[in-house]
Design a protein around this ligand. Structure first.
Ligand code: ATP
Ligand code: MG
Length: 417
């Protein structure tokens, strides 16, 4: 038996990398006032259809939809923004605090063609801010995610930025697009011929060469921007400039979900090949109201954790977790006698291991080396009689005898945690 297509097991190394990224995320984003939110893995299908838009790829092709025995229409969440909005509305959270900041992490599900960096169950880390349409929300939240990423030192990251306008200017642009594309309909790929009717903005990110040739001759959306859209976008850019954050203006950037208004952005890595997007997001000022809540401007992004961890693993950017101390025993009775000391060391924060099978000294030492233990505590006949252990520094190849009772204090000194 194998795991289902497009899903995978995260084994020890990868789990550790996920844990490190996730705990850093909680720590980092709390500095900005983001609080964690966890919503159910599945929701009523209508939430995603209304929220994401039924002509989007996600809703029309990628959703894991099911009808329960009781007749409920449910869907495994393909993203979490709609769920977070639903939770905000359901619990009336804006009544207590009209500026809310959330982060979330967890698995999402999309029925896609699996390939490197693209899975059917994948993980996102995301942030959402509700309650302000100030361009500084974009500036602060983009800065927050870039400084979250900065310790990982990912090279070749490009921030791409655009504004997709809002109800004051987008309809005119869509009409223009449709009209232009109608006159070139013979040159468009099948997908674009359909999108032209159903979700014309999506034509802009078609990769097909013939479509690109048509698109490159069209006016960008910026020529249709209203003064409000333009002012907002320029304020976002000014804020990023002030923080010395570099970005590329990408007039063709649109996002795969219908709910975006005004600012849209993506972060791409030159090291990810075809699946180059590390994260994407934007402003969605109408979504809360669309889902039945109060009129609430909002902004957010979602980052692909599998792609981020993949980049880190490829560059070995995360340190290996080494056991602090590996015990080597010559007798089973010693092991039993030492259990309370092992518990004390672990309670003091140390990672402590030993080989339960107690093979030869050599085989135990081999395991200590394989795990890259920082120190070894050797407990032989002599040490037992003297109430000591021999503490071996595996990096320096030096050793000394330490009274058993002193071991927690010595470890605290040589291996602070
Ligand atoms: P893509 O263009 O790669 O399909 P998207 O626009 O569908 O991305 P979003 O919905 O914006 O992606 O999700 C945000 C991030 O989640 C992406 O930038 C990517 O890193 C990650 N992501 C999206 N779909 C998948 C997937 N099937 N497998 C792994 N990661 C994914
Ligand atoms: Mg996609």
């Amino acid at each position: 038996m194998k795991s289902a297509k497009g899903t995978r097991d995260l084994l020890a190394d990868e789990c550790r990398q996920f844990q490190q990224v996730e705990s850093w995320a909680l720590q980092h984003f709390s500095r900005y006032g983001f609080q964690e939110i966890r919503t159910p893995i599945f929701e009523e299908t209508a939430l995603f259809v209304r929220g994401i838009g039924d002509e989007t790829d996600i809703v029309s092709k990628e959703m894991y939809q099911l009808t329960t025995k009781g007749g409920d229409e449910l869907t495994l969440r393909p993203e979490m923004t709609a769920s977070v909005c639903r939770a905000v509305i359901q619990h009336n959270l804006l009544a207590n605090d009209d500026l809310l900041r959330f982060i979330y992490m967890g698995p999402m599900f999309r029925y896609e063609r699996p390939q490197a960096g693209r899975y059917r169950q994948f993980h996102q880390l995301g942030a959402e801010v509700f309650g302000s349409d100030d361009p500084l929300v974009e500036v602060e939240t983009i800065e927050a995610v870039l400084s979250f990423l900065s310790p990982f030192q990912l090279p070749n990251l490009t921030l791409r930025l655009n504004s997709v306008g809002d109800s004051s200017d987008r309809p005119a642009y869509l009409a223009y697009l449709r009209q232009e594309l109608d006159t070139h309909s013979g040159q468009l790929c099948q997908d674009c011929t359909r999108r032209k009717e159903t979700n014309v903005l999506r034509v802009l990110d078609c990769k097909n060469e013939a479509c690109r040739a048509v698109l490159d001759r069209l006016h960008p959306i910026s020529t249709f921007w209203s003064t409000t859209t333009r002012d907002h976008f320029e304020a976002v850019c000014r804020g990023l400039d002030r923080l010395s954050i570099s970005y590329v203006l990408d007039p063709m950037l649109v996002r795969g979900l219908d709910y975006y208004t005004r600012t849209a952005f993506e972060l791409q890595s030159g090291e990810l090949g075809a699946q180059s997007a590390v994260l994407g997001g934007g402003r969605y000022d109408n979504l809360v109201a669309t889902l039945g809540g109060p009129d609430t401007p909002a902004f957010g992004w979602a980052l692909g954790l599998d792609r981020l961890v993949g980049l880190l693993a490829a560059r070995k950017a995360l340190p290996e977790q080494r056991p602090h101390l590996f015990f080597i025993f010559s007798q089973r009775e010693q092991l039993e006698e030492f259990l309370p000391l092992l518990a004390r060391l672990r309670a003091g924060g140390h990672s402590v291991q030993f080989d339960l099978r107690l093979g030869s000294f050599k085989s135990q030492m081999k395991r200590a080396n394989r795990l890259q233990a920082r120190y070894c505590a050797i407990v032989g006949e002599r040490e037992c009689q003297g109430g000591t252990v021999t503490l071996k520094d595996m990096d320096q190849s030096s050793q000394r005898e330490v009274p058993q009772d002193h071991l927690p204090a010595v470890m605290k000194e040589v291996c602070p945690c």
